[in-house]
Design a protein around this ligand. Structure first.
Ligand code: BGC
Length: 801
């Protein structure tokens, strides 16, 4: 490798580190150094159609299997399944000659409103890390590099480009870095993607603490670090901190910056060489592309995955599964306008699609469909509602298809509310008033408030189930398959229960005051009522647990118990092990997930299930010693049906180290969570040593970093509406197209672009334009936006240095 690098001139090295044509690295043909082909990710291959005419290729891509989104894959709690799906996606990468798959997306679901929760795995770092590792191993088993993203603390969309995630050291290491740590240590991904945001004041793409000290030195990561698209800030500082590759790149200014810095000695050429070497290493790791891709088999796998990720949330009087002979009414636009994937960079062009209607029709199911509401609208439609009310009398059982749509949930913006859209609630309430038996079939990528729950008999939550959605849903409803998914996030009663939920994205400074008390770590510690606890999910069967045994080995604890399937059906159970430590000298959640396993059972089968917990996973971050420590003392191991319901438990004394006790101020807020909500900025700063620089909105002069939505000047407003207009035009074009997947893609992508633009900065816009908006023009634009027209013109005509 050294030999090749020696032959590459500095100019070409700089180009190699700055991306090429949106989804490639720069090739050097004379030296036989090919381009790396990258592709989104994460739930299938989004191979951009080079002939497509839409924005950055986001909405036009070549057909590929659309597996369930992160939410549904993870709700399977099945490592083997994620490994298989990763392998299948790896095969499709080979089919399209893709070297790097941009996924899995393993950020923590910190707040239910985060628009991208549908792509992320869980609120729990261990679950995200183990599932992510299985996926990475699957992808890489096909000689394709996986690229876990977005490293790290990218937990909202509104300020993802410009925000600062202010997070204490324990939460940083135990919650937000943890999934990445597990993935890096267990599955050695060959690539990783930075997040856009800052972490404690320093941009992730040039944060040498998280990149160099932690990722590379502590965890031993040895692949490529790349930016998110447009995520670079200072190219040279990024390189010094450990960001090898800027994407999508082709920013001439940044290429020149690397060259200048190397020549002037600001950066040592060995750093440039190391990053080039990481790219060349990835080329050789992924150069063999066995071509064994079977799309039909992948379609079957997508159906299987969709079934495994479905969560049965309610089933009064065992109303489900349904009898095929029963006459039912199906209501809801989401039946014919199926929502099976999220919107944004993960939007795929499905190879094949199983619609609900087709799955019903091939089974000759006796049903009537009444639209009731339009899936892509939010306001009640009186005419459609009337049609339902006029024809519903003859039916006792109603299947109500409902959920989120892409206008409320997408990459690029956060959810404004976590309720069902108004049109759906309005209609549902009217049907409830008629006293019908209602079964909800629910779609969406994150928790949804369900205030009407007592008035519905059953809820089957399908998440975003991918291209096999129709078939999987129908099999589950009619008992051809048994639900076995479990929630990967807590569903609180209302959004008001979310700690610091009212402060979420109120400014680019996102202060993670709840520290490690994310999701169930908060609700279970406070014993706060929730709609559904983390890990919850029902089955058509029942299981009996008995005989818990704990064993200790040098580096691990072995937990085993006996489980029996009590019914005459094939069913799977997710065995969950939580650990509680009451005698700790530092704050701890009431319990934390430390092991899990999905187990299949034949009718009436009884099995001994064993789960091994590495002691490493029992460690906590010692802020004084700046490392993870296994604390001395008693550990209670709990087998739980979910995070709330305990089935079996036993305590074990483990020899470890002592940890310095929390100080009084820390104890005041974090040992008694009733006080947490009143934690002031000043006390947070004193406890955590984080700093919070107050954010001033609309601050002038506008800089390269100011969110575009904050421009209030004449030129600023024109510019803002011009860039937002790109998305709006695409959306309107989509609205005029004839019904079908293309229309859907065009509308979704247009809206995604329209809504994300106001929070983008000119810097990120310029650096994500693949050279389309040059640095020089962007600099001049800032002057114009600030009303400095002469300076702007001077910058425009000046030769770029
Ligand atoms: C997203 C990434 C994605 C990239 C390339 C970004 O906006 O945050 O997840 O991989 O675009 O499409």
């Amino acid at each position: 490798m050294d030999k090749v690098i020696k032959k590459i001139c500095l100019e070409d090295k700089a180009k190699m580190l700055c991306g090429y044509k949106t989804m490639n690295t720069y090739p050097i043909e004379s030296l036989n150094v090919p381009s790396l082909q990258l592709s989104d990710g994460p739930n299938g291959v989004r191979m951009e159609d080079k002939n497509g005419d839409s924005l950055n290729g986001v909405s036009s891509s070549l057909p590929a299997t659309c597996f369930p989104s992160g939410v549904s894959l993870a709700s399977s709690w099945n490592e083997n399944l994620l490994n298989e799906i990763g392998g299948a996606i790896g095969e499709e990468c080979n089919y399209y000659n893709i070297n790097v798959l941009l996924g899995p997306a393993i950020n923590i679901k910190r707040n239910p409103k985060c628009g991208r929760n549908f792509e992320y795995y869980s609120e729990d770092p261990l679950l995200s890390g183990y599932l992510g590792s299985a996926f990475v191993k699957g992808v890489q088993s096909k000689n394709v590099a996986a690229c876990p993203k977005h490293y790290a603390c990218n937990n909202n969309e509104k300020y993802r480009f410009t925000g600062d995630s202010i997070v204490d050291q324990r939460a940083l290491h135990e919650i937000y870095l943890k999934p990445f740590e597990i993935v890096v240590k267990k599955s050695s991904p060959w690539a990783i993607m930075n997040s856009y945001n800052k972490i404690n004041g320093i941009n992730a793409s040039q944060n040498s603490y998280v990149l160099d000290e932690v990722l590379k030195k502590k965890w031993g990561f040895n692949g490529i670090v790349m930016t998110d698209w447009g995520g670079i800030v200072d190219r040279v500082e990024g390189l010094k901190a450990g960001t090898d590759l800027e994407m999508p790149g082709m920013v001439e200014h940044n290429i020149q910056e690397i060259i200048k810095a190397t020549k002037s000695g600001r950066i040592n050429e060995s750093i440039v060489n190391k990053s080039v070497d990481n790219i060349i290493k990835t080329i050789s790791r992924t150069k063999d592309h066995p071509n064994t891709c079977d799309f039909d088999e992948h379609y079957r796998m997508a159906i299987k995955a969709a079934k495994e990720g479905a969560v049965l949330l309610r089933n009064n009087n065992n109303i489900l599964p349904l009898n095929k002979e029963e006459k039912i009414a199906i209501i809801g636009g989401l039946f014919n306008e199926m929502r099976y994937q999220g919107s944004g960079s993960s939007l795929l062009n499905p190879h094949k699609l199983s619609y609900h209607k087709d799955a019903f029709d091939i089974r000759n199911i006796n049903y009537s469909f009444i639209q009731g509401y339009n899936a892509s609208e939010l306001n009640a439609n009186k005419k459609l509602e009337k049609e339902v009310l006029n024809s519903i009398n003859e039916y006792d059982t109603i299947l109500f298809y409902c959920g989120q749509n892409d206008y409320v949930e997408s990459e690029g913006f956060d959810r404004e509310v976590v309720t069902l859209p108004d049109n759906q609630i309005s209609l549902l309430n009217k049907i409830i008033n008629l006293g019908k038996k209602i079964i909800l079939v629910l779609f969406g990528g994150s928790m949804i408030e369900l205030p009407f729950i007592e008035n519905v008999e059953a809820i089957l939550y399908m998440g975003l189930a991918g291209e096999g959605c129709g078939e999987a849903t129908t099999q589950l409803l009619f008992g051809e398959a048994c639900p076995s998914g479990r929630l990967i996030e807590t569903w609180p009663l209302t959004y008001d229960d979310v700690p610091f939920g009212d402060k979420f994205t109120s400014s680019p400074n996102e202060v993670y005051k709840e520290s490690i008390f994310v999701g169930y770590r908060y609700y279970e510690t406070r014993n706060h009522d929730v709609r559904f606890p983390f890990g919850f999910g029902m089955s058509y069967s029942d299981f009996k647990y008995s005989s818990l045994i704990l064993g200790e080995r040098e580096n691990e604890i072995v937990v085993s118990c006996t489980i029996e399937n009590l019914k005459d059906i094939y069913a799977s159970e997710v065995v969950q092990v939580y650990v509680s430590k009451k005698d700790s000298s530092i704050y701890r959640p009431f319990k934390e997930l430390k092991g899990f396993k999905k187990v299949e059972f034949k009718p009436f089968e009884k099995k001994i299930v064993q789960i091994t917990i590495p002691k490493e996973d029992l460690k906590v971050y010692d802020v004084h010693k700046k490392k993870f420590i296994l604390e001395d003392g008693n550990y209670k191991f709990i087998i739980g049906k979910n995070a709330r319901e305990e089935l079996l438990s036993n305590t074990l004394e483990i020899v470890g180290d002592k940890i310095k006790e929390d100080n009084e101020l820390t104890k005041k807020y974090y040992w008694n969570l009733d006080n947490l909500i009143s934690l002031s900025d000043a006390d947070f700063i004193e406890i955590t040593h984080c700093s919070i620089t107050p954010y001033v909105f609309n601050k002038k002069p506008y800089t390269f970093e100011t969110p575009i939505g904050e421009y209030k000047s004449f030129v600023g407003k024109i510019f803002r509406s011009a860039v937002c207009g790109v998305g709006l035009r695409q959306y309107k074009k989509g609205c005029k197209m004839k019904d079908g997947p293309e229309k859907e893609r065009e509308k979704k992508t247009g809206l995604f672009v329209y809504k994300l633009m106001p929070c983008n900065s000119l810097r990120s816009l310029c650096y994500s334009s693949s050279g389309g908006l040059s640095y020089k023009v962007a600099q001049a634009l800032i002057e114009f936006i600030n009303g400095h027209y002469i300076r702007g013109i001077k910058k425009l005509v000046r030769k770029e240095k």
